[in-house]
Every structure is written in C-alpha cells, then in structure tokens.
Ligand binder design. Structure first.
Ligand SMILES: Cc1cc2nc3c(=O)[nH]c(=O)nc-3n(C[C@H](O)[C@H](O)[C@H](O)COP(=O)(O)OP(=O)(O)OC[C@H]3O[C@@H](n4cnc5c(N)ncnc54)[C@H](O)[C@@H]3O)c2cc1C
Length: 242
C-alpha cells in the first residue's frame, strides 16, 4: 500500500466505513521470539469472512499494512492474526505495541489467496508471514478431509511457533542470500512417489517475493501446471509496504 497523506487516509476511511470493524484485543501471545499472535473480539458477522481473508491495519497516520486472519469464529465474535515482527517497518512497530484491551480498527479487505475447492490436495510454501494463511487454509483442508502439507522457510528462532498451529508442516532454515533454495532442496529429497501422488495438487506460494518467484520456477520445471499454482508475494527486502 502506498503512503497516503493523513487527510486522504481519513477521507478514504469514511468512504469505506462499511468495511471497518471496531475490535478489542482479547489476548496477545508470543509464539516465538519474533512471532506474535493476537486475538481480537468484535462483531464481524456482516464481514462475510472466508478462510485466508486479508485485513488491513492503519499502522500510522499515513500507512496501511496487509495481514491475514489465521482464524475467525463468528459465534464467539473472535478472530486472530499472526504477526511476524520484522524489527524494521511501521507495521512491525504497530504489531509490537498491540496490547490486551486496545481498541483497534480492522479493515476487511478482499481475499487474495483463496482455498481451491476443486482440488483435494493443497500444498503450501511460505515463511513467517504465511503462518496465518497456512493455519486458516490448512484447517479448512482438515475440515474437508482433504490432503494438505507444506514447507516454510523460517529463521531458526521461529521454528517453535509452528507448535501453535497444530497442523502438519515442515520447516527449513531461511537463507537470506539464497531465497527458496533450502526449501527446494527439501523438495528434491522427497520420495519420487510423493511427486507422483501430488501431481494434481494446488500449490499456494506466499511470503518473500524472490522466494515465491524461485519456488514457482522450480514447480514449473517439475511439470506443475500454471493453473495449479497460486502466488501472492507479501514482501521483499528493501521494498516498503505489504
Ligand atoms: C495479502 C497480504 C497478507 C499478509 N499477511 C501477513 C500476515 O498474516 N502476517 C505478517 O506478519 N505479514 C503479512 N503480510 C506481510 C506484511 O504486510 C509485510 O511484511 C509488510 O512489509 C510489513 O510491514 P512493515 O511496515 O513492518 O515493513 P515495511 O515498511 O513494509 O518494510 C520495511 C522493510 O522491512 C523489511 N521487511 C518487511 N517485511 C519483512 C519480513 N517479513 N521479513 C524480513 N524483512 C521484512 C524489508 O526490507 C522492507 O524494506 C501480508 C502481506 C500481504 C500483501
């Protein structure tokens, strides 16, 4: 999202007031040194949420950042976001400062990465910023009794965060200078039968732009069709906004 002058951001918020929901922070929990899970409470019944729904927060006077709902429960009026604390941008500062009892505006945005209902196998690739999406779509796969699996490239200190989501998932250490490489090596070590079995899966690639690009190239080399790959780059080193 580009930076907006404060007056314009305020005007836009008036125009999209039907997409803005007041929420209260019920709980915050550190899942690892740099991963913070926040549970919000608010009436979101009008929001028509679906798994993997994107949301926006105004992180300062001029900027908005995208995040993903990792869970929502309309009956209990709760939803959850898993923030990666990258220690750099205003989104990170906003997330670090979120505390129990805060009242915040949650903007419901369109969902960019949707569960493919016509597929019965779902494979996820991403990083810390993708944990929320993975939790949301992985749980949908469980509900539907469909197959799912994934590989995340994470910084070592964040591996523990995966215990929270209680889903099948594997992780490799991220290498900043060789995006996706460790994940591709992990794929190469898979039993050839796995490729055979996952031939018609849907592949959801999110997270760092360069990793998404490389992993997509690799999948295409392996014969995966364009229409089986859903990509959404979330961030890149040196780029501002997500
Ligand atoms: C549709 C969508 C859904 C998303 N969902 C989530 C989510 O659920 N949880 C989540 O944590 N993020 C999510 N993101 C990613 C998040 O919006 C970006 O990481 C965003 O850049 C963070 O804003 P910031 O202000 O902290 O950093 P920015 O001001 O945008 O960036 C400043 C600098 O920080 C660095 N940086 C930014 N992000 C990262 C990172 N992840 N790792 C390392 N360095 C980084 C870059 O060098 C960048 O130049 C999502 C993005 C999109 C587009």
């Amino acid at each position: 999202m580009p930076k907006l002058p404060t007056w314009l951001a305020n005007t836009v918020e008036k125009l999209i007031s039907n997409k803005i929901y007041q929420v209260e922070v019920l709980e915050t929990k550190m899942l690892s040194a740099n991963i913070k899970c926040v549970t919000f409470k608010g009436d979101l019944t009008e929001a028509n949420l679906i798994p993997g729904n994107d949301v926006l927060f105004r992180v300062n006077a001029n900027e908005y950042r995208h995040y993903t709902l990792s869970q929502f429960d309309e009956n209990h009026e709760t939803c959850e976001v898993i923030f990666y604390l990258n220690r750099q941008g205003p989104g990170n500062n906003f997330a670090i400062n979120i505390q129990k009892g805060d009242l915040l505006k949650l903007i419901v945005d369109k969902t960019r990465v949707k569960y493919n209902d016509s597929s019965s196998q779902h494979f996820f690739f991403g990083d810390e910023t993708s944990i929320g999406l993975y939790e949301s779509l992985g749980k949908k796969a469980l509900e539907m009794d469909e197959e799912y699996f994934g590989i995340l490239e994470l910084n070592g200190e964040n591996f523990d965060a995966l215990d929270h989501i209680k889903l099948l998932i594997d992780a490799v250490e991220a290498d900043k200078d060789s995006p996706a490489e460790n994940a591709i090596r992990w794929m190469e070590n898979m039993h050839p039968k796995c490729w055979e079995m996952w031939k018609y899966a849907t592949f959801y690639l999110t997270g760092r732009a360069k990793s998404v690009q490389k992993f997509k190239k690799y999948l295409k080399q392996k014969g995966v069709g364009f229409n089986q790959i859903i990509t959404m780059p979330y961030w890149e080193v040196g780029r501002v906004g997500g």
